[in-house]
Ligand binder design. Structure first.
Ligand code: NCD
Length: 308
C-alpha cells in the first residue's frame, strides 16, 4: 500500500491488518510514555484546506506518538490567500523535506492529484463528498472492539448520505468486513447512483430501527447544500433524528455512533450523545491509534527508499 486514498479498493486482509496494528498502538498509547521511535526522522505534513478538529489533531497526535515531526499547513494563514495553487503548495512542502502528506480538500480527487505531483505517500483526510478512509477504519475498529467482529452485524447509516464522504467510506469498509449496511434518508439526501452501492435503502428510520446493531448518525452537510433539500429542521428531526424516544426502541445491545462534529438536538439528542451506549468518544480514541497504524504502514515504505 503506497497511499491511502479510498476504502473502496481495500481488501478484507488489508483492513484487518491495519486494525490489528491499531490495536497494538492502542497498547502503546496506554503506556506511561505513549511514544515509540518508529518514524523518527520523518516529517508528516498535514494539509487541511477544509476545517477540521478531530481529523487534523488526531493525525498530529498520531505522528508525534510515532516520533515523527509535523508540518501543519492552514489555508487561512498561508499564501493560498495570495493565489498560490494546490500544486505549488504541495511542491513547496516537499522541497522543505515533508515525507508523508495528509490532505483534506473540498474537491473530489484532490488527494489523488497530490499523489501524482509528489513522491510522498498521501493519506486522504477527506475529499469533498467522496472519501474519508481513516474515518471508516476508526469506525470499523470501534465496532470491532465493541462487538468483537463486524460479520453479521446490521448497521444503519442515517442522514445526509448524498453529501457524506463518511457514508461512502464506511459502507465500503464495513461491508468488506462482513456487515450489512442500510442507508436511511429522505430520497433527496440519497446520491443518484445509490442503486449501484452495496447496501439496502430505507426512507423511514422508524421502519428499520428495531433490527439494528449500530445506528450511525450523520450531520447535515450544509456547506455542500444538504440543508436545502428538505422542508425544515423540525421535520427532519421528526423523521430522522435519533431522539430519546427512538433510542428507547432500539435493541438493548444496540449502540449509536457519530463522526462529529455533532449538531445536538438535530440528528442526535443530547442525552443520546452522552448515553453509555453512545460510542462517540470511543471513535475519537480509536482515531489516534488507527492513524498511527496508517502512518506507520506508509512510513515504512519511505524508510526503505532511503539509501543507507
Ligand atoms: C466528518 C468530515 O469532515 O467528513 N468529520 C470528521 O472527519 N470527523 C463529518 C462531518 O463533517 O460531518
Amino acid at each position: 500500500m503506497r497511499h491511502l486514498l479510498t476504502t473502496e479498493s481495500l481488501t478484507r486482509a488489508e483492513i484487518e491488518e491495519l486494525l490489528d496494528l491499531a490495536d497494538e498502538f492502542t497498547d502503546v498509547l496506554g503506556r506511561e510514555i505513549p511514544k515509540v521511535p518508529a518514524l523518527r526522522g520523518l516529517t508528516v505534513g498535514t494539509l487541511f484546506f477544509e476545517p477540521s478538529t478531530r481529523t487534523r489533531l488526531s493525525f498530529e497526535r498520531a505522528a508525534k506518538a510515532l516520533s515523527a515531526d509535523v508540518m501543519s499547513f492552514s489555508p487561512s494563514t498561508s499564501s493560498l490567500s495570495k493565489g498560490e495553487s494546490l500544486k505549488d503548495t504541495v511542491l513547496t512542502l516537499q522541497a522543505m523535506g515533508c515525507d508523508l502528506m495528509v490532505v483534506r480538500h473540498k474537491a473530489t480527487g484532490a488527494p489523488w492529484r497530490v499523489a501524482e505531483w509528489t513522491d510522498c505517500p498521501v493519506v486522504n483526510g477527506g475529499d469533498g463528498a467522496h472519501q474519508h478512509p481513516t474515518q471508516a477504519l476508526l469506525d470499523s475498529l470501534t465496532v470491532r472492539r465493541h462487538f468483537g467482529k463486524l460479520d453479521g452485524l446490521h448497521i444503519a447509516i442515517v442522514g445526509d448520505i448524498r453529501h457524506s464522504r463518511v457514508a461512502r467510506s464506511d459502507l465500503f469498509a464495513m461491508s468488506t468486513l462482513g456487515a450489512r449496511v442500510t442507508m436511511v434518508a429522505p430520497p433527496t439526501l440519497l446520491p443518484l447512483d445509490i442503486d449501484d452501492w452495496p447496501c439496502d435503502v430505507s426512507f423511514e428510520l422508524d421502519d428499520v430501527l428495531g433490527g439494528m446493531d449500530v445506528v450511525y448518525l450523520l450531520r447535515i452537510q450544509a456547506e455542500r447544500g444538504g440543508a436545502t433539500v428538505f422542508p425544515s429542521l423540525p421535520e427532519y428531526v421528526q423523521r430522522f433524528g435519533m431522539t430519546r424516544a427512538r433510542f428507547d426502541r432500539l435493541s438493548p445491545e444496540a449502540v449509536v455512533m457519530h463522526p462529529g462534529p455533532m449538531n445536538r438536538g438535530v440528528e442526535i439528542a443530547p442525552e443520546v450523545a452522552d448515553h453509555p451506549r453512545s460510542l462517540v468518544l470511543d471513535q475519537v480514541r480509536a482515531g489516534v491509534a488507527v492513524r498511527m497504524a496508517v502512518l506507520f504502514r506508509l512510513g515504512q515504505a519511505v524508510r526503505t527508499e532511503v539509501p543507507s
